[in-house]
Design a protein around this ligand. Structure first.
Ligand code: UD1
Ligand code: MG
Length: 469
């Protein structure tokens, strides 16, 4: 933001955004000359989403602050207040874009219903369309799935904004994503209804090739829906990390989708579900890159819980509707570790302060692990004390004891703090970069396991089976 007017765009920025917008609009209008080219249209709309988010964060930041949506950046010398909840802008822009996009993937079907051969001059009579085979050709179920995804994302945006406004207690807000996933699960039930999972070869003699989880599959999907958004929200607290981890996951999911689109056999049975996944991921990347511009170190805005929930829900939506939630789980390994590692604090075995983000050492300017203090009166119970010392010996925690062996402090149970225990004090941007690199490496490994190992464990990769839209 410029020194003169923090809310306006500089001339270069305006020109760049205008050129991007112009290029995207031209591409978008051109897609109508072919078959609608939904993937190109989605790319163009994602460019527009980037431009709109970039400008609106700049314009609306101060408005958000006036409404009380602001937060203190705790890891800086000057603890400045900056706008919070910028994820709300991303969510609104994103939702508008995916709604505007609806006609594109269905363009061919609409044309088929109106002219039969792509020639819109000869419009079929209504009775032909309604009684003839054309009515059956329109993929209503695909549209229903697409719309259910939008309703779920809209719900998570509303609930996320509510959380940012009212700072809901942790144990209550944990279930917010469960409510938001209801539209998705209901439509999945009505339309798709597949509740079987493929069994790994070694277990097939006992369980068969496919195992029907029945209603449990819905419990599993609700579990994924609760986990993904929350796990992103608690791997947070340093500039940029919420957005970079989401961008890495989204890009890896997009690479996974692209693998299905470019490798023969073509068209693959799962092509449609992976195309739809891309339609949801590309605009998400558009709004996220714009947000990262402002949230990277040194942050000029905070993303808010809205963004973390929203990002997590985008992943849930694409992986459930595309029937690849196991792949999503493979890409969430750092988040799963962080969650499991957090359990002692989340479930109250060890006290959990409101904030567990790393401690800023004003003298060195570096981040150090934040700690939970223990007093002489409040010491951990013997089994917990044993566990804490054990973790310390395994280098999975740092415990400080006094001369008499009493607990003085333990580091907080987050992956970010643990990283600092391992690596020593780090500057905030370096820490975020290292964690993002780790997420990328583990994610790529996850994809390798998914496609390399899957052939060994599952006889054939999903490339050969299922996937229906
Ligand atoms: C989660 C974590 C909490 C962590 C917080 C940081 C759990 C159970 N909760 O809580 O430990 O401290 O996220 O986001 O693990 N902030 C910064 N710098 C940043 C990002 C955030 O100082 O780069 C501070 C700001 O004051 C900001 C606040 O964190 O206003 C946002 O916290 P919030 O998202 O409300 O915390 P939770 O999601 O509830
Ligand atoms: Mg948060």
């Amino acid at each position: 933001m410029t020194a003169h007017s923090p809310t306006s765009l500089s001339r270069t920025e305006t020109l760049s955004l205008l050129s991007l917008t112009f290029a995207c609009v031209v591409i978008l209008t051109n897609t109508f000359q072919g078959d609608g080219e939904p993937l190109i249209a989605s790319l163009a709309l994602s460019g527009l989403a980037f431009a709109a988010t970039f400008a609106m964060i700049r314009w609306l930041g101060p408005t958000f602050m006036k409404a009380g949506l602001k937060g203190v950046d705790m890891s800086k010398h000057h603890r400045k207040e900056i706008p919070e909840c910028m994820g709300a802008i991303c969510a609104v822009v994103y939702l508008l874009v995916v709604i505007i996009f609806v006609p594109f993937p269905f363009y061919k079907d609409i044309v088929a219903a109106t002219s039969g051969g792509g020639n819109r001059d000869v419009v079929l009579h209504v009775e032909h369309v309604q009684q003839g085979r054309f009515l059956h050709r329109f993929p209503h179920s695909k549209l229903a799935s697409y719309l259910s995804a939008i309703i779920s994302l809209q719900s998570i945006a509303i609930l996320g904004i509510g959380d940012d406004l009212f700072d809901i207690r942790w144990r209550h807000k944990f279930f917010i994503p469960a409510f938001a996933s209801i539209p998705l699960l209901v439509v999945y039930f009505v339309d798709f209804g597949v509740t079987s999972i493929v069994i790994p070869i070694p277990l097939q003699p006992y369980l068969g090739e496919l195992f029907n989880l029945g209603p449990l599959y819905y419990v599993y999907m609700a579990g994924v829906a609760i986990f993904s958004p929350n796990s992103i929200n608690i791997l947070a607290g340093i500039n940029g990390i919420e957005v970079t981890q989401s961008i890495v996951i989204a890009m890896l999911l997009a690479i996974n989708d692209a693998l299905y689109l470019i490798t023969p056999p073509y068209p693959h049975p799962a092509t449609d579900s992976h195309l739809f996944s891309l339609y949801f991921l590309l605009p998400f990347l558009g709004v996220s890159f714009a947000l990262l511009w402002y949230n990277r170190y040194p942050a000029r805005v905070f993303v808010g819980d809205t963004y973390c929930y929203f990002a997590g829900m985008v992943f849930v939506v694409v992986s459930i509707l595309g029937h690849f939630s196991k792949t999503l789980i493979l890409l969430l390994i750092p988040q799963i570790f962080n969650f499991v590692y957090s359990v002692p604090q989340l479930f109250g075995l060890v006290p959990c302060p409101r904030h567990r983000l790393p401690r800023f050492n004003a003298r060195t300017g570096l981040l150090e692990p934040s700690i939970t203090p223990w007093t002489v009166d409040r010491q951990p119970k013997p089994p917990i004390a044993w566990g804490l010392k054990m973790l310390h010996n395994l280098r999975l925690l740092r415990v400080t004891l006094d001369g008499q062996g009493r607990f003085v402090e333990t580091t907080n149970f987050t992956l970010i703090n643990l990283w600092l225990v391992w690596r020593g004090p780090l500057r905030e941007d370096k820490l975020a970069l290292e964690l993002t690199a780790m997420q990328t490496v583990l994610g790529l490994f996850g994809l390798f396991v998914r496609h390399g190992l899957a052939r060994v464990v599952f006889k054939e990769d999903n490339w050969g089976i299922t996937g229906r839209w």
